[in-house]
Design a protein. Structure first.
Length: 98
């Protein structure tokens, strides 16, 4: 009987050792994953900041493009006005000839 108790105790000890070993491995994995998670969270925060900067630059470019179009519109408008003035001057000149 004592022999079977010793065998049972040995089996239990082996199982406990196996469980402890697995726990240690899982704990190590957990620590590694936790560090990786923290690192990824930092990267996410950096990318969010970078995204905000890029969005700001994009908005600035859109405003610059609008202003650029406005300059072109002004030039086109001035050109049209100059053409109209010349046409009016020609018409007045024709009226003065008569």
């Amino acid at each position: 009987m004592s022999e079977t108790y010793k065998e049972i105790i040995n089996e239990i000890n082996k199982k406990v050792d196996t469980i402890i070993s697995k726990y240690d491995n899982l704990n190590t994995d957990f620590i590694t994953l936790k560090k990786e998670n923290e690192s990824l969270l930092e990267k996410i925060n950096l990318e969010k900041e970078n995204n905000k900067i890029l969005e700001s630059k994009f908005e600035q470019l859109k405003v610059a493009k609008v202003l650029e179009k406005s300059d072109e519109d002004i030039k086109n408008t001035k050109s049209k006005i100059n053409k109209l003035v010349k046409e009016i001057d020609r018409c007045i000149a024709l009226l003065n000839v008569d």
